[in-house]
Structure formats: C-alpha cells, structure tokens
Design a protein around this ligand. Structure first.
Ligand SMILES: Cc1ncc(COP(=O)(O)O)c(C=O)c1O
Length: 461
C-alpha cells in the first residue's frame, strides 16, 4: 500500500470508535488540549525505536526516566531515600508491587510458602491479576458500609503470619474515595508489614490539587507506614499511554522488584519491569509532557477538575431520582438512580452519544454509573448534566421492564438459550444492553466469567 492510502485507512478504522476527543467518554482517556497531545506525540515518535531494554545502551532513556521519577518523588513528598521505576501502566505497577512484596517476604523468611495480601474490596482488579499471576492469596476485606473507605479496624482481624502486603487506594476507582491511609499505615507499622497505596488514578491529581491549596486527605510518603505507591502518568498527568511509576520508600524494598538472569546464553538480562524490550516512546513522552505542563499548570487543571466534578455532583444530586454514592470530594463520581431503571438509563445516555460505564451492584451498594471527570469535560459537562437529567426523566416515564428471571441457579448448558433470548448472536451485541447487563449482574460469578471469556475468544481471532 502507498503511504497516503495507509494513512487514510488508519483514520477510517476509527469511524466506530467513541468520539473521546470532545469529552463524550467518561473513563479510559485523559485529554488536556491539542498542544499537549502534540508534545506527547512528538517526544514519543522521537524515541519510538529506542529500546528500554538496556540502560547502558540507551542512557537517554535512563536519564529521562530518572528525571521523571525525581519529579514524581517530589509530587509524592518522598525523601532522598525514595526510589522508583517507570512501568507501562497501572496494572504493571501493581503487579510489580505485589511481586516485590512476595519476593521480599521470601528473602526475609525463606521457609514461608504461603503468601497472603489484604485487599479492601474496592481495590482495582489488577491486584487480583497479581494474585493470580504470582500465587499470592487475595484476602478481600470489606470497606466501611457508609464511607466505602478501607479502614484499619476492618483490616486488622485479617492479618496473620502469611500476610506479605496491605493495600489501600487513593482514590478507589469505583467510588472515588481515599481510604483511611493514615490509620492503615499505623497498623502496617505495628505489624511490620509493607503497605502499598494504589494512587494509579488518584495520586497525581490529589497531590497537584493540594499544591494549589485544595484540601485533600493525606496518603503519600509523608504518612508513616506507607512503603510503596503506584501513580499513573497516563491518567491525570496527561501523558501518552504506557506511563506509570512505582515508587518505594527505599531501595531495600525495590531490590526485590529487579530481575536478573545471568544463566542463559545471550546478553545480560536485567529488567526493572515485566517487559524486557519496550519502546522508549512513553518514557520520552512523559518527560516531555511533564516538563511542558509544569507543576503550576498541573495544579490549576487539577483544581478546575475538582470544581467541575463538584458541580456535577451538586447538580445531579438535586434530582430526586439521582443519588451520589459515598461522599467523594474529588474527581471521580458514581451515581445511582433509585426508582429509575439504571440499565435503561445507561442505554439512553449511549443513544445521546455519552459513554459512561455501568458498575454492578456489590453487597448493599446498588448498580451505578461511573464518571472519571478530566480536562476534556471542561467544555461540555453542563450539557452532560442536562442530558443525564433529561434521560432520567425519560426512562422514568417509559418505565421499561426489568429482567424478569432468576438467573442465580443458571447452569452452563442453559446459556445459549438465554443469550439468544437476550438478542446476542454471532453478529455481535444488540444496541440496547439493558437486559444483557442485568443478566451479567445476576448470573453466578463463575458463569458470567466463562461468558466473558467466551466473548473475548470470539472478539480476538
Ligand atoms: C485505582 C486504579 N488502579 C489501577 C488502575 C489500572 O491502571 P491501567 O489501566 O493503567 O493498568 C486503574 C485504572 O483505572 C485505577 O483506577
């Protein structure tokens, strides 16, 4: 193919993607402005072909990574002993935090064969992936029923001699609250157990908002007991994807993250992260974008984001059928709609070209819609508020039926029939997902997991 044709094709492939650039999408993408995007692209392309595999061959990447880590250490108020590395995303940072804690425990206590970590029920799914990959048993602990925050009191009874790591979120993705990090840190110190704060989504925006005078709950390296923090730059630092950091209190912890193999026949294999060869693009882009935006503007953008999120919460909660979950004060929102079919509401919003994800009910927490508010919503959040309210009114009047089936005892062999009744075919999913979402929510977890895996098998050839 000719270059022009390729470019045209690439642009054409996008035609069915969600139009994120104009703020219709309420997660996944963080977009500040065209100039920042250009700086990120320019730096990314400049280092596209350099390989992050070997710091001695590409000292450029090493230097940029060290500068980025220095900047993040400052943001997270770490002292001179704090060290870190860049990873390709929040999930990799979390995988490494767990692997590091496990390997540290093994080194300190070579006889230990069982490893457990404490996961408040609101931590990100990446911790379960880490548990699965690294054979660490996840001990899921309830959060406070009202605040939806993890607390030391609720964690304490689950700690035992196998506990290698305590975790908490600042903020939790689903409900946007900061766990009681100070108290959990005290507990971690008392029990002498590493404590990881997942700041993948929250750490950057919270810290830069605080720099600008916004009041936040403390969660960073100034909190006694915190031993590691993950923070994504490809979220609220507006860097291109592939950029997260994992910082440790000192190198005695980080030592167990590093992997060296000198037992094979090729080059010296010494990696900080899960990947070995990796493009230098995200490192260069993170260096460039953080320098381009700078601390002052980051603070301004963070505070504006908090204000926009606050306005959305305030305006939505005026409606008698909209309820904000917990009491989030920052940039994430989840709301439910008592008395109004939220599955149909999600479809209605989609028909108005808004894409906001459903989060299924969990214990006493009802099914809800999640919003990650970011800079690309600054110009259209008022329209969004109006549309949510109009959609709630419309769904209330139309009052579409809820799924009238008890699926809690459904057997795998009954699935094909159920799927065809719900309109799922080999052609794909129907436009309206309300019934499918209810079924997914109600199915026994093992069955819905198989269903989703089957769905992925179909998608990826
Ligand atoms: C709290 C939290 N942790 C971890 C992650 C995972 O990040 P990534 O998608 O970059 O792997 C996310 C993503 O939204 C998150 O919100």
């Amino acid at each position: 193919m000719e270059k022009n044709e390729i470019v045209q094709q690439l642009q054409h492939f996008r035609k069915n993607d969600i139009p994120w650039r104009d703020g219709r999408l309420w997660s996944y993408v963080y977009y500040l402005d065209k100039e920042t995007e250009e700086i990120g692209k320019l730096a990314y392309m400049e280092y596209l072909t350099e390989n992050g595999i070997d710091a001695t061959a590409f000292s450029s990447l090493l230097n940029m990574e060290n500068e980025v880590i220095g900047f993040c250490r400052e943001i997270l108020r770490g002292d001179e002993a704090v060290v870190g590395t860049m990873t390709t995303g929040g999930t990799e940072s979390i995988l490494l935090a767990v692997k590091t804690a496990r390997d540290r425990a093994k080194a300190i206590n070579p006889g230990q064969t069982e490893f457990e970590m404490i996961l408040p029920e609101t931590v990100h799914a990446a911790f379960y992936k880490a548990a699965h990959y690294f054979n660490v048993k996840p001990i899921t602990v309830q959060v406070n029923d009202i605040s939806l925050k993890a607390t030391a009191e609720l964690i304490r009874p689950h700690i035992n001699k196998n506990t290698i790591l305590i975790t908490a979120s600042a903020m939790s993705y689903a409900y946007g609250v900061v766990d009681e990090v100070k108290e959990i840190g005290q507990l971690a110190l008392e029990k002498n157990i590493p404590f990881h704060v997942d700041g993948c989504i929250g750490a950057f925006i919270l810290s830069t908002a605080r720099e600008g005078g916004f009041e936040i709950e403390n969660f960073d390296f100034t909190v006694p007991g915190v031993t590691s923090i993950s923070m994504d730059l490809h979220k609220y630092a507006y860097c291109p994807k592939g950029a997260s950091v994992l910082l440790f209190k000192n190198d005695s912890y980080r030592r167990h993250q590093l992997f060296v193999c000198n037992d094979w026949t090729g080059y010296t294999f010494a990696n900080t992260g899960i990947l070995s060869s990796k493009t230098g693009g995200p490192i260069a882009a993170a260096w460039a974008v953080t320098h381009y935006i700078g601390k002052k503007r980051y603070s301004e953008v963070a505070i504006k984001t908090m204000e926009v999120a606050q306005t959305i919460r305030k305006e939505l909660s005026k409606h008698p059928h909209i309820e904000i979950l917990a009491d989030p004060k920052y940039s994430l929102i989840s709301f439910t709609t008592p008395g109004v079919n939220i599955y149909a509401l999600s479809d209605e919003l989609k028909s108005r070209k808004w894409f906001a994800g459903l989060q299924f009910k969990h214990r006493h927490i009802p099914t809800n819609i999640h919003l990650t508010v970011a800079a690309h919503h600054f110009n259209n959040y008022k329209e969004f508020i109006e549309d949510v309210i109009a959609s709630v009114e419309k769904v209330k009047i139309e009052n579409p039926p809820l799924l009238d089936k008890d699926l809690s005892h459904l057997k795998p062999e009954d699935l094909p029939k159920l799927l065809s009744e719900l309109g799922v075919s080999s052609e794909g999913l129907p436009e309206k997902m309300a019934m499918i979402n209810q079924a997914l929510e109600q199915l026994p977890k093992e069955i819905s997991k198989e269903l989703l895996i089957g769905f992925m098998q179909g998608l990826y050839k």
